[in-house]
Write a protein that binds this ligand. Structure first.
Ligand SMILES: [Zn+2]
Length: 138
């Protein structure tokens, strides 16, 4: 599947020189194929010779960001291996600021939700315990 794309096509993709339909098809192939991601990262590195940060280059030729539910799934560990690999590549290697901020936001929400659940459970437990105590007194 990976070998169906030549380095020339990867270059063309980076130059946004492919027809729109091919761009979209390529993007979805990249999302599903970690191997293709690695090759793309190599091509980028070779082209730019380290002159710009990978992140900078990526923002210029940006693959679309994962959707927020994918980011949520990434945190929960419910994504497929390949989808998780894509998020990791996008956020950790490419350093997309938007998605990093999104991930932090989701993480904070999860923590707040977890804290609220504990508080609710504690209250429930205390009120049940109180109820039981009262029951015993009767
Ligand atoms: Zn992003």
């Amino acid at each position: 599947m990976t070998s169906q794309y030549s380095d020339l096509e990867l270059e063309a993709y980076l130059d946004e020189a492919l027809p729109a339909a091919d761009m979209a098809r390529f993007e979805s192939a990249v999302r599903q194929t970690p191997e293709l991601l690695r090759r793309l990262a190599e091509v980028i590195g070779r082209r730019e010779g380290g002159a710009h940060s990978l992140g900078e280059i990526w923002r210029r030729h940006r693959l679309s960001c994962p959707v927020r539910t994918d980011l949520g799934g990434f945190l929960l560990g419910t994504l497929s291996k390949d989808a998780a690999e894509y998020v990791r590549f996008h956020v950790e290697l490419i350093g997309c600021r938007y998605c990093s901020a999104n991930l932090e936001d989701l993480q904070r929400q999860r923590q707040e939700a977890a804290t609220a659940t504990v508080t609710r459970r504690t209250r429930y437990f205390q009120s049940s315990a109180g109820y039981l105590d009262r029951g015993r007194e009767r």
